[in-house]
Write a protein that binds this ligand. Structure first.
Ligand SMILES: NC(=O)c1ccc[n+]([C@@H]2O[C@H](COP(=O)([O-])OP(=O)(O)OC[C@H]3O[C@@H](n4cnc5c(N)ncnc54)[C@H](OP(=O)(O)O)[C@@H]3O)[C@@H](O)[C@H]2O)c1
Length: 256
């Protein structure tokens, strides 16, 4: 049976804040029992690399509100603690170094700029080993004509992560989720689909379920990691849409 055909994960029973080892063991138990990915996602401790930025704080905020334990990571732990205090709810969202956030989490979101992507992930390879790494990084550049995708030797940011982190299961997701919407306390529901890409069915199912913990978001499987480049690049189109229409546009996939 290929990874693509492996059954969905089911939840283990570890409490929020559990160790990554517990998360891995639970994921295995989940796969064995065929339990619902939503139940597994509810128990995940989520680390956010670069969680002091808008995207990381936005995801931390929504997942914390949904009941997940979240550890915001930073190159400067004091900055992470300060960021955690701004998104709350305490003590569900905490701050630490990127490495501590990676070690404490069951799944880790990379919410860092493209420019620092490879180096930071390479530094954290040990802490991330055996975990699911969710990559939402869009390799974009900007000039007077707006945003455009940059060439990535590995194909995409997510594929670069997979190359740098051979011991990790990399999933692409949250590329098109506007941080502005996530951080707006007046927006109860975000109204968008989250495209989820990866080569391991158990991991993509889990990340889809995690995305759906954000009110108004639906996780949609969108293909293998090799198809992540155009998903990342599409963000340049969304930036253009946002500029023209003064919006924070998201995607909806029809007929599913
Ligand atoms: N903003 C959005 O609406 C949005 C939506 C979808 C996807 N994304 C993607 O999410 C990622 C983060 O976006 P953002 O707007 O939150 O970015 P950002 O604010 O520029 O950066 C996020 C954090 O990354 C850390 N960082 C900055 N430069 C770094 C480097 N060279 N090496 C390691 N860490 C570095 C910083 O944290 P410390 O200084 O505390 O370490 C910073 O607070 C981007 O790749 C973007 O494409 C963003």
């Amino acid at each position: 049976m290929s990874a693509e055909e492996t059954p969905s994960p089911a939840a283990g029973q570890h409490a929020s804040g559990s160790t990554a080892a517990a998360g891995q063991a639970d994921a295995g138990a989940a796969a064995a029992t065929g339990e619902n990915p939503a139940a597994a996602a509810a128990r995940l401790t989520v680390g956010v690399l670069g969680g002091t930025g808008d995207q990381g704080r936005g995801l931390a905020c929504r997942l914390g509100l949904a009941g997940n334990q979240v550890v915001i990571g930073s190159r400067d732990p004091a900055r992470a603690v300060a960021a955690a205090a701004t998104v709350g709810p305490p003590p569900r969202v905490t701050g630490a170094s990127n490495e501590e956030a990676a070690r404490a989490a069951d799944v880790v979101i990379a919410a860092i700029p493209w420019e620092g992507h490879r180096d930071l992930l390479a530094q954290l390879a040990g802490a991330l080993r055996g975990k699911i790494l969710i990559d939402c990084v869009n390799p974009l550049a900007f000039d007077s004509r707006g945003a455009y995708p940059v060439r990535v030797d590995e194909g995409s940011a997510a594929e670069q992560a997979a190359q740098v982190l051979p011991g990790c299961t990399v999933v692409g997701a949250f590329h098109h989720v506007s941080a502005k919407l996530l951080l707006d306390p007046d927006i109860a529901e975000v109204d968008l689909d989250v495209l989820v890409l990866g080569d391991d069915r158990r991991a993509t199912d889990l990340v889809q379920a995690l995305a759906e913990r954000i009110p108004g978001a639906r996780g949609v499987y969108a293909g293998r990691l090799r198809n992540c480049a155009q998903v990342e690049a599409l963000t340049a189109n969304l930036v253009s849409i946002n500029r023209r229409y003064k919006a924070h546009a998201g995607l909806r996939i029809t007929d599913i």
